[in-house]
Design a binder for this molecule. Structure first.
Ligand SMILES: Nc1ncnc2c1ncn2[C@@H]1O[C@H](COP(=O)(O)OP(=O)(O)OP(=O)(O)O)[C@@H](O)[C@H]1O
Ligand SMILES: [Cu+]
Ligand SMILES: [Mg+2]
Length: 755
């Protein structure tokens, strides 16, 4: 199953999205297609054996829109300009139509003033109200400014549906063609005792107002993707590398893997790499959200687009082009912005029925009015009003605009949210499960204690350390790395290992110099039938200090014991306190032994601990917690882990939050990635989710409310009571205002402050 993100052009309204979704989903081999109106993007999950990009593009084409793949390069350097140019051209076109429409509308309104108000204005010549002149003036507005609405309705008609374009085209055409008939055959009306009134200005003004609304919407939508442009803009254009022994400046696209890059103080780091020479501090805030500068020395990783502060250094390029952390972030945010939130399904379902429903109401309005008054003119006004005011575009904009702003805001704060669904779920989290190593702690354990059964005589201690390090060299476990580092600091050599076996959650074993060496937990070695009596006391003391204890056995006999400490992250305690304050249950999940786990839990203030959980049982444990609610719906669980061995648990949790320490961004496994290791990002993510959902609810409420209230008023429900009839011009203004206000409300989210 491949996932493809396409840019979509030609959508005029929210109901266009379902048209494209249907067209693409009906292809064989396509499993799912979601279209986001605000981001103008489609996400397609498909089987590459059954269909391809070309076919998907053709399907979109046939539905009346254009699609082209979101090129990775396009997101990077310079190319973002192309997108901007298209946007600008669209906007210019809109402005041109708007200006013509406004001028003509004003002339028509001024000309119509005497008729509308029943007063004589000496400065308004009578001929300005001549129907033939009005016809000549209105025609370009109706068919040139309003061309897009006809095209949109035609496309919809071909698919046997109707969109908001249909409503506007129908409404304004009704006003226009009725006036046309009146202009040509005035006697027909006068003979029947009706006034030969024309409504050209209604058509012209409504079209102009809606274009004005679209312009505002267009501009505001441009702002919602500001976060992406900001991210892309972070990347520097040039890099200084060493080639053939000389320093040269090249374009960033020309940097190759393993190039040696030079960075001076104050410069941006062009690509990702590993420091080879020199020391400095680097401000990584733009990528990780971490505000303090980070020290860098040879061996450390640097991230492209971050800013070098104090010293000069050289580094070797390890990731370039679309593989850099920044490129991945951009891609992820783009995908997230284009995804659909579950809450939007309500809105979608409503919009799908909305337009046909409105046309039905409009016809009913006409019939009722006509029978009640026997007056075509009186019947026409509310009918046009209903068609114009009932536009569902505010409804279609409500969710996606907020999601775009919300995910963009997350990225600005070093929080990558995979899709709208994760963003929505985050505010429902009830329990947070925290992994210990690498999540609550720094994940850089160091050996603090080392004792042997036979003391230090004859270098016994170093011999055992050498055996241990030889074995641990083959393991990727953080504790193993601590052992190896310790051995290096003691300058002991390492030997080859035969038959190495890692027992997850227990330890490692293998043959070194014909000795059978086992290193691991107390429980494991006991289960192997090894006597552990002599160190139990020591084990308990160290455990209660929050240290991990590992046992070293050689040929079936305990030889040594090691205490390994892993410092808590400075922010862990505060983060746990905040999570509690948010009313969440905080749980710790670890493979380490119980006393150690409890000591750490006490220190950070966690009250519930699951210890000695084997890595493959962690997902199971999350499942158990989900069922704990006692009710039919399960508890919503977030799992926070460093993303490497916690992947299954992250996937099982409702919201998997990966901690990407430094550049180690395990993006794929999680729903949310905190680029810096800072746990407070969890709180920001939850608050952002709350703010976004609140914003979406306001938008949906506003959009629904507006339509529910607007349609009956336009239909003339207040007429029998107050003699009130909504002028279609007001309906046009209200409809333009409703979408603008929804988008403006979504933009308020940009003020969101990270915790
Ligand atoms: N390579 C190893 N060398 C020594 N001990 C090991 C090794 N691998 C695992 N162990 C032992 O098994 C225990 C459980 O390991 P596991 O990887 O499940 O959890 P952890 O890394 O200690 O904690 P967490 O679950 O919080 O990441 C470790 O605490 C350690 O005692
Ligand atoms: Cu609309
Ligand atoms: Mg671990």
């Amino acid at each position: 199953m491949d996932t493809l993100t396409l840019k979509i052009k030609g959508m005029s309204c929210a109901s266009c999205t379902s048209a494209i979704e249907q067209a693409v989903s009906s292809l064989s081999g396509v499993r799912e297609c979601t279209v986001n109106f605000s981001a103008e993007q489609a996400t397609v999950k498909y089987n590459p054996q059954k269909t391809d990009i070309k076919q998907i593009q053709d399907a979109v084409d046939a539905a009346g829109y254009q699609a082209y793949p979101l090129e990775e390069q396009e997101m990077m350097v310079g190319e973002g300009d192309k997108e901007k140019a298209v946007r600008k051209a669209e906007e210019r076109n809109l402005i041109r139509k708007l200006i013509i429409g406004s001028i003509i509308s004003i002339i028509l309104i001024v000309g119509g003033l005497p008729m509308m108000t029943g007063l004589e204005f000496s400065f308004i010549p009578r001929w300005l109200h001549n129907p033939w002149l009005q016809l000549i003036l209105t025609t370009p507005v109706q068919f040139w400014c309003g061309y897009g609405f006809y095209i949109g309705s035609w496309k919809a008609l071909k698919r046997r549906t109707a969109t908001m374009d249909t409503l506007i085209a129908l409404g304004t055409s009704a006003a226009f063609f009725y006036s046309l008939v009146v202009t040509i055959f005035p006697d027909f009306f006068i003979n029947r005792g009706l006034r030969a009134e024309v409504y050209y200005e209604t058509a012209a003004v409504v079209i102009t107002l809606i274009l004005l609304g679209r312009l505002f919407e267009h501009r505001a939508k441009g702002k919602t993707s500001a976060a992406i442009r900001k991210l892309i803009g972070l990347q520097p254009r040039n890099a200084r590398v060493i080639r053939n022994g000389r320093e040269i400046d090249i374009l960033i696209q020309e940097v190759q893997l393993d190039d040696v890059v030079i960075v001076r103080p104050g410069e941006k780091i062009p690509v990702d790499g590993e420091v080879t020479e020199g020391n400095s501090t680097v401000d990584e805030a733009m990528v990780t959200g971490e505000s303090l500068p980070i020290k860098k020395q040879p061996g450390d990783e640097v991230i492209g687009a971050t800013i070098n502060k104090t010293g000069s250094f050289k580094f070797k390029a390890t990731r370039i082009g679309k593989n850099t952390v920044l490129a991945q972030i951009v891609r992820l945010v783009q995908e997230a912005q284009g995804s659909k939130a579950p809450i939007q399904r309500i809105a979608d379902r409503v919009t799908a029925w909305f337009v046909p429903g409105v046309i039905f109401i409009a016809i009913a309005t006409f019939i009722v009015w006509f029978y009640a008054t026997r007056n075509i003119t009186l019947a026409l006004i509310p009918t046009v009003g209903v068609l114009i005011i009932a536009c569902p575009c505010a409804l279609g904009l409500a969710t996606p605009t907020s999601i775009m702003v919300g995910t963009g805001k997350g990225a600005e704060n070093g929080i990558l949210i995979k899709d709208a669904e994760s963003l929505e779920l985050a505010h429902k989290i009830q329990t947070i499960v925290l992994d210990k190593t690498g999540t609550l702690t720094e994940g850089k354990p160091t050996v603090t204690n080392f004792i042997t059964v036979n003391g230090t005589a004859n270098g016994n201690e170093l011999k055992i350390l050498s055996l241990a390090a030889s074995l641990e060299r083959n393991s990727e476990h953080p504790l193993a790395e601590a052992v190896v580092r310790y051995a290096q600091s003691q300058e002991v050599g390492v030997k080859n290992v035969r038959d190495f076996v890692a027992v997850p959650g227990s330890g490692v074993q293998g043959f070194v110099l014909d000795h059978f060496v086992q290193i691991g937990t107390l429980r494991w070695l006991e289960s192997e039938g090894i006597d552990t009596q002599m160190f139990l006391l020591q084990n308990n003391t160290w455990s209660n200090e929050g240290k991990s204890v590992i046992w070293i056995a050689v040929d079936g006999k305990i030889e040594a014991l090691m205490g390994i400490a892993d410092a808590l992250k400075s922010t862990s305690q505060e983060a746990v306190r905040m999570l509690h304050k948010l009313g969440l249950e905080v749980v710790m999940l670890t493979g380490d032994n119980r006393p150690t786990a409890e000591a750490i839990a006490r220190e950070v203030g966690i009250d519930r601990v699951f210890a000695e959980v084997r890595p493959d049982r962690k997902a199971e444990q999350v499942k158990t917690l989900q069922k704990e609610s006692g009710k039919k719906e399960r508890k919503i669980i977030a799992m926070v882990g460093d993303g490497i061995n916690d992947a299954p648990a992250l996937a099982q949790a409702d919201v998997g939050i990966a901690i990407g320490t430094g550049t180690d961004v395990a993006i794929a496994a999680s729903d949310i990635t905190l680029i810096s290791g800072d746990l407070q990002g969890i709180i920001t993510a939850i608050k952002l989710s709350q703010a976004t959902i609140r914003n979406i609810r306001q938008n949906l409420f506003f959009a629904f409310f507006y339509n529910v209230l607007g349609i009956p008023i336009a239909a003339g429900i207040l007429f029998p009571l107050f003699g009130w009839l909504l002028n279609p011009i007001i309906a046009g203004a209200a409809m333009a205002f409703s979408s603008v206000s929804v988008v403006t409300n979504a933009l308020r989210l940009r003020k969101f402050k990270a915790y």
